[in-house]
Design a protein around this ligand. Structure first.
Ligand code: 5GP
Length: 336
């Protein structure tokens, strides 16, 4: 049985633990990377042994975060046998990845901290705030509750976590608390110009070339409301790009004038396809597209992975997306 806890309760639980493994989600992003690292710094400040494990490791663009070089893979041999596991920013147990699930389950004490509304709760206790723009927003409160000062290192990790998950304070999930949490980070003395340049105004050559390849294959429905594109393994090779260079590409589809729902289909081997889904309110991609196919995420930004070859999987997702658009239109007509 998993019990929902407050941040204070979770902090109390953490204070009682030692030898902690902190775990992030598959396809790690800025929030899972920054939030896990921030908790890691805090636990070390309390004199505890801790390690961060991210499936696939730290994405290149976050490699400069304080502590990033100490991050391991969940399948790596750890410097100690963890007694407690905390999953940070992981929307469901399976999103830890296979090795992550094994690590998590092997610990006698297990907890989670997350901000995805669809999170069913896992571990013996979990703190969940579906309104928080980022797990990082909750981690600021956790660190306060632990009684650890917000050092510059922690603040840098948390600013990256928060900023990347709310589109640099521009998505609908951005709320007053998001700015307050970020303000705390800025107050701790971080170099905001340098951090945001790295995050938003720098792109590797591979990412730039991949963007060109993916967008040149863009397709659109007759009414223009649905846009989709494919990212194949061949494109990755041709662009000299890494898997993580996919980040943000789906936004280009979504930002096209008139598009209400965007789908990026990413080939992951011969029989696996991962989808990034984005929509404009009131179209809800988590509830109406991802969830019915076994995926999850946020109302306007979600994803699903299907064990099907790319074209077959894409056909399925596009049919679901079309139905979501049509049913939303019907609802708006009847309840404007
Ligand atoms: P992205 O499109 O950036 O990979 O993911 C957007 C959001 O959708 C993430 O925050 C994550 O919660 C969710 N998501 C992405 N891929 C999957 C998936 O394969 N399965 C599930 N359940 N959720 C996903």
């Amino acid at each position: 049985m998993s019990r929902k806890a407050t941040i204070e309760e979770l902090a109390g639980w953490l204070k009682r633990q030692d030898d902690v493994v902190l775990l992030g989600h598959i396809s790690p992003d800025g929030d899972t990377t920054g939030s896990n690292l921030a908790v890691w710094h805090a636990l070390r400040a309390l004199g505890k042994r801790a390690v961060v494990c991210l499936p696939e490791g730290v994405p290149g663009m976050y490699a400069g975060l304080p502590g990033a070089s100490a991050v391991l893979l969940p399948e790596d041999e750890l410097p100690f046998m963890p007694k407690a596991a905390l999953a940070v920013d992981v929307s469901e147990r399976e999103r830890l990845g296979e090795a992550g699930v094994r690590r998590f389950d092997a610990c006698p004490e297990r907890a989670a901290l997350d901000h995805h509304q669809t999170n069913p709760g896992f571990g013996q206790l979990y703190a969940l705030d579906g309104e928080a723009a980022a797990a990082g927003e909750m981690v600021v409160d956790l660190i306060d509750a632990l009684g650890v000062p917000l050092s510059r290192e922690i603040a840098e990790c948390l600013f990256v976590a928060i900023s990347t998950d709310c589109g640099h304070f521009s998505y609908a999930n951005t709320r007053p608390q998001t700015f307050c949490a970020a303000a705390r980070c800025v107050g701790a003395g971080i170099d905001i110009a340098a951090i945001t340049e790295g995050l938003y105004r720098t792109r590797t050559e591979g990412r730039t070339r991949l963007l060109g390849l993916v967008l040149s294959g863009l397709e659109r429905s007759a009414d223009g409301k649905l846009a989709w594109a494919r990212l194949t393994e061949d494109m990755l090779k041709r662009a000299g790009a890494r898997r993580e260079d996919n980040e943000g590409i789906v936004n280009y589809l979504q930002e096209m004038q008139g598009v209400r729902l965007a789908v990026l289909a990413e080939q992951r081997g011969a029989t696996t396809t991962k989808f990034s889904l984005r929509s404009k309110a009131p179209v809800n991609v988590a509830r109406d597209v991802a969830a019915p196919l076994g995926g999850g995420g946020h109302d306007l930004a979600s994803g699903v992975t299907l064990e099907l070859p790319l074209e077959e999987a894409l056909e399925k997702v596009l049919a679901q997306a079309r139905a979501a658009l049509d049913s939303t239109e019907e609802q708006v007509k009847h309840h404007p």
